[in-house]
Design a binder for this molecule. Structure first.
Ligand SMILES: [Zn+2]
Length: 414
């Protein structure tokens, strides 16, 4: 129980985007899950006041900045004014000990008007007393709140994404709210999403889920029918955990501007902003789904890509989908290769069923076509001389016409 009003201070300072900094102190070594408890307490604090947050968690226990890579990273962002505040369990988690270190930390917070929030108090390094009063009246008197607010806002980088949605069409069942620049759950679509997650957890295949939703007449947010891939994308998306992730890739995937190749960065380099919008699946459900997916992937695939000469090259003339190849044992001819009847199903689960063919017949037809094509290419290699003569004649004729015209002009000007 804290009897000061942290909510009003957070409001008055317009704090909305914060960092949570976690570090075990050397004194904590006896308790194993002390960091987990700290994390829980600070996350609850952020959620209570509706703050978007990024977690920085130090692995070591060193007091020195030099051996605290997460703090180094955090201080860089604090200096750039990315965060409105940093949440810590106690100010000593940021720094104590070396005076130079403490000085560096204070300087970063002061320069960018970033405050420190603990479950007990709000600290402002720009204030000589360093402690914002617990009640609002005193806060107003001491700081002239408007001034602080202006100062704080001016120090922030406006370009920082700060947990805002900037990725275009939001995934089902969210929609984009212009005013808050964030995602809102479409309550009408939510039960459908929950059904997809629960069906998957109960062992239903992605394909069957897609068919089921299509039969209900529900489309994706882009107005398309559901497919295995589209269902997989939304049920495994981390956006549905309330997160927005920035900086997953570096470089550009742009075809026309190959400045830097597109690269997926390591997960510990991503910026994961939590609590950006309402989560509609739990972390526990998310991990259980991942476990199911991994288990499914362990089943060996019988047909690997590239096993057959024509794998991936044969398209169904009825629906355009790739047709599969397979070997069959026959009594008369031994092992024979076939193109399998088209397996593609429409969004409602109906199979295309376009018949397959004996691969030998297909290969023979392809060979014949290739031979014809080869003859055509050969004829290009030896251009027929008659064409060349025709062109020379035409050129001579045009030159003659030009000469006549020039002669005519000369006569006029003479
Ligand atoms: Zn087909």
């Amino acid at each position: 129980m804290y009897n000061y009003n942290i909510g009003e201070i957070i409001n008055a300072l317009s704090i909305e985007f914060v960092a949570i900094y976690l570090r075990k102190s050397r004194d904590d070594k006896s308790e194993e899950d002390v960091l987990a408890n700290h994390r829980l307490e600070l996350v609850e604090l952020a959620q209570k006041y509706n703050l978007k947050y990024v977690i920085y968690e130090e692995i070591g226990t060193s007091d020195s900045i030099e051996f605290r890579p997460e703090l180094k990273k955090l201080l860089r962002e604090v200096k750039n004014g990315v965060y409105d505040a940093v949440l810590v369990i106690h100010p000593d988690r940021l720094g104590r000990g070396d005076w130079a270190d403490v000085g560096e930390i204070r300087k970063a917070f002061k320069a960018s008007n970033t405050v420190v929030i603990t479950p007990q108090k709000v600290l402002d390094y720009n204030d000589e007393n360093q402690e914002l009063a617990n009640d609002m009246d005193a806060l107003m008197a001491k700081h002239e709140y408007r001034l602080i607010k202006g100062r704080l806002k001016a120090g922030k980088i406006r370009g920082a994404k700060r947990g805002r949605w900037t990725n275009g069409v939001p995934p089902f069942p969210y929609f984009y709210d212009r005013n808050t620049k964030s995602l809102v759950v479409d309550e009408a679509k939510l039960p459908i999403y929950r059904m997809m997650v629960e069906e998957y957890l109960n062992g239903t295949s992605l394909k069957d889920i897609a068919v089921k939703v299509n039969k209900m007449g529900i489309k994706t947010n882009r107005g398309k029918y559901w497919s295995e891939v589209k269902v997989e994308r939304v049920i495994f998306s981390e956006i549905h955990l309330g997160r927005i992730i920035y900086g997953k890739t570096s470089g550009s995937g742009h075809k026309n501007k190959p400045a830097k190749p597109l690269e997926i960065k390591d997960r510990d380099e991503w910026i994961i902003v939590e609590n950006c919008h309402t989560a509609i699946k739990t972390l526990e459900e998310h991990s259980r789904m991942l476990a199911i997916k991994n288990a499914k992937q362990k089943i060996p695939k019988r047909a690997r890509n590239g096993v057959y000469a024509l794998s991936g090259l044969i398209k169904c003339s009825k629906c355009g989908y790739s047709m599969r190849m397979n070997y069959k044992k026959t009594v008369t001819k031994g092992l024979k290769c076939y193109v399998v009847k088209c397996q593609k199903t429409d969004p409602f689960g109906n199979q295309c069923g376009h018949p397959g063919i004996d691969a030998d017949i297909l290969l023979e037809a392809i060979e014949n076509e290739l031979l014809l094509y080869l003859n055509e290419i050969k004829s290009f290699e030896n251009p027929q001389p008659s064409n060349q003569y025709k062109l020379d004649d035409l050129l001579a004729e045009k030159r003659k016409e030009l000469k006549n015209a020039e002669d005519g002009l000369n006569r006029i000007y003479k």
